[in-house]
Structures are given as C-alpha cells and as structure tokens.
Write a protein that binds this ligand. Structure first.
Ligand SMILES: O=C(CO)[C@H](O)[C@H](O)COP(=O)(O)O
Ligand SMILES: [Fe+2]
Length: 215
C-alpha cells in the first residue's frame, strides 16, 4: 500500500478545475504540484497564480516540488499560495539546513529532493530534520519519461538509514511511475508514489489512482 500524489503537470491545463476535482474524488493523498523555472531544469511549468488556483479547488494537501534555483526566495510565496509541503532540491540549496528550518517556520512540511545522480548518503546529516525525501526516478524537468532502474537501490539504501536510526521521514518517488514498477518500489520502502502521465492518460484516472495505491 502507498499514498498516491497525482502530478498536476500531466493534467489538461485548460480544464484544471475538472482535473483537480477528479483528484478530490479519488483516493489520492496529495496533489503533486511541479514548479519549474527554466533554469534549474530545462523547462518552465507554471507559477504562483496557478498554484493558488489549484489550491482554491483542492480538497487534498498540495505537495509542492520546487525545481527552481535559490528556492529560499519563494518559500513564503508558495506557502501563501497553498502549499502544505515544500520540497526543495539538494542540488539547489548550498545552505540546506537553513532552508529546511525556514520551511518549518512557515508551518509547512519540509522535504528534500535528489536528482538521479545524487547519492542518498549526502542527506545523512539532515535526515532527522525533514518530513519527506523525494527520490527522482527521472531527470527532473518533464513528465512522461522512462523510469530509471537504479532508483530501487537508492530507495533500499534510504530505507536502511530510516530503520537504522529511527527517522520519521516519508520516502516519495517521482518520475515514470506505473503499475509495473510500483509494487517493487513499495516493497523497497516507498510511502508516496507520484504519478503524472500514467494517471492522466489512463482511461479511468480515479481507478488507476486506486490501483496504484494498492501496490
Ligand atoms: O517532477 C516531475 C518531473 O520533473 C514530475 O512530478 C514527474 O515527471 C511526474 O510525471 P510522470 O509520472 O509523467 O513521469
Ligand atoms: Fe515532481
């Protein structure tokens, strides 16, 4: 069993309210909101006004994934735009401890994300301070990419740290998640599966979210 965070990046932006309401009516635990700045990643998604608009209709917490440089500049603004969780990239934060404290002061759940090439060991001194560790299973920037197989090993290593030291963070995986890889991801220790294109291109997204959740 896992919690599901459908990624709104794969929604129909011309029918955003309809797609948010679909997620509301499903068993999803969160709405995953991908913010891309065209600098940290080679793509621009959307920004604060769209996040606010999603929040106006959402009945699930917004899990905001900041793929932006110097995310400290925008933490408060995204919190005010409705973010329940704020996840920053390790690779974008030279003062990660300070950034995590800032997120906590804003009353949001602090998360940290790792690109596929970044080993989980770099987070060893911050694992006790975060609510969420997001393992990217594709290179961030685009939906609809192929799942990177090395992710299983990273999840297992991270789960090993959690068990050894009794940490409470949740493990989230993001990118290329589908019904083929979800069961093994959950076995390795994943708590939250992000799924964008697999959910939104399926004939029955509510049913697909339920099936992923049963993985
Ligand atoms: O952070 C992301 C991309 O950078 C998205 O959350 C992710 O790609 C989800 O989309 P899909 O399930 O289609 O891979
Ligand atoms: Fe994401």
């Amino acid at each position: 069993m896992a919690e599901i965070a459908p990624s709104i990046l794969a929604a129909d932006f011309a029918n955003l309210q309809r797609d948010v309401e679909m997620i509301n009516s499903s068993s999803a635990g969160y709405i995953h909101v991908d913010i891309m700045d065209g600098m940290f990643v080679p793509n621009i998604s959307f920004g604060l006004p769209v996040c606010e608009a999603i929040h106006r209709h959402a009945q699930k917490p917004l899990d905001v994934h900041l793929m932006i440089e110097q995310p400290d500049r925008y933490l408060e603004a995204f919190r005010n735009a409705g973010a329940s969780g704020l996840t920053v990239h390790y690779e974008a934060c030279p003062h990660l401890h300070r950034t995590i404290q800032h997120i906590k002061e804003l009353g949001a759940e602090p998360g940290v994300a790792l690109n596929p090439h970044t080993p989980v060991e770099v987070l060893s001194e911050i694992m006790g301070d975060v609510s969420l560790i997001l393992i990217m299973s594709v290179n961030p920037g685009f939906g609809g990419q192929k799942f990177i197989e090395n992710t299983y090993r990273k999840i297992a290593t991270l789960d090993g740290y959690r068990k050894k030291f009794g940490y409470n963070f949740k493990i989230e995986v993001d990118g290329g998640v589908n019904l083929n890889n979800a069961p093994r991801l959950v076995r390795e220790g994943v708590d939250i599966l992000v799924a964008g294109s697999f959910v939104f291109t399926s004939p029955d997204p509510v049913q697909t979210i339920a099936e992923l959740g049963n993985s």
